[in-house]
Design a protein around this ligand. Structure first.
Ligand code: AP5
Length: 230
């Protein structure tokens, strides 16, 4: 069962691809951005404390995000971490947590796409209030209103304003980009071209984590069994 980090700038498709990986591998999708938004929506004291960081597109302080993420890592043997770590301090803390529970990272997948594409993607992003599923008004349109599949209203995130998006991208390049070197040295880094269509990106991501080989091996084994049975 895999332990994967999915990294990349805002709008590269981390949430989109992590959901597909969760489906294929059965590993739990842990999304720190979602944990932050949940806390804010519930109006807790912590939520009020972190709301401004989120709206401005700034990182929430390390000690807070680490405390929020740790229980999910403890509870799950296999996971896809989306949005964590985002700087060297968080990466080192994650290493410590993994050491404590005797676990290792299998892969770090970096989704790369040019900044201009990302601003366009985030401005068109919509999320279903009922299912949490992510859509894009053009690249991955939500089900038609009133159709059988229509899950009800769709919302646009508070931090998907152009100003906050540009702020988030700047922070990413300053603080998160250097982690590529950190994980390259550990020999677990794989880069995927995220400027392709969603399905092509999924294909490359599954190949990167070895799921494609598993799927193909399964098909070959089935074909062999069939031939032997004839
Ligand atoms: P978070 O929710 O993680 O936001 P983010 O990093 O800004 O990432 P996004 O969710 O915006 O992008 P994504 O890559 O998941 O894109 P998606 O799949 O939706 O974090 C929010 C906030 O929480 C942070 O700003 C910070 O305050 C706080 N926080 C979280 N983690 C933290 C941490 N570790 N430390 C400190 N603070 C933290 O795709 C985007 C759109 O593009 C969608 O509409 C999708 O349909 C479309 N799309 C996807 N792929 C493609 C494609 N290949 N072609 C065309 N369209 C595509």
């Amino acid at each position: 069962m895999p332990r994967i980090i999915i990294m990349g700038p805002q709008g590269a498709g981390k949430g989109t691809q992590a959901a597909k990986l969760e489906e294929e591998t059965g590993a739990t999708h842990i999304e720190t951005g979602d944990l932050v938004r949940e806390e804010i929506n519930q109006g807790t004291e912590l939520g009020q404390q972190i709301q401004e960081y989120n709206e401005r597109g700034e990182l929430v302080p390390d000690e807070i995000i680490i405390d929020m993420t740790k229980p999910y890592l403890d509870q799950n043997d296999s996971w896809i971490l989306d949005g964590f770590p985002r700087n060297k301090e968080q990466a080192e803390e994650l290493d410590k947590m993994l050491d404590e529970i005797n676990e290792e990272l299998d892969k770090v997948i970096v989704l790369e796409a040019p900044d201009e594409d990302l601003v366009e993607r985030l401005s068109g992003r919509r999320q279903s209030e009922a299912t949490g599923e992510i859509y894009h008004i053009e690249h991955d349109p939500p089900p038609e209103e009133g159709s059988e599949e229509d899950p009800g209203p769709f919302v646009q995130r508070e931090d998907d304003t152009e100003e906050a998006i540009r702020n988030r991208l700047e922070t990413y390049h300053e603080e998160t980009d250097p982690l590529k070197e950190y994980y390259e040295e550990k020999g677990v880094l794989v880069t995927v071209d995220a400027s392709q269509d969603i399905d092509e990106v999924t294909n490359d991501v599954l190949e990167a984590v070895g799921e494609k080989e598993e799927e193909e091996k399964g098909l070959i084994d089935k074909a062999k069994d069939k031939l032997q049975g004839e």
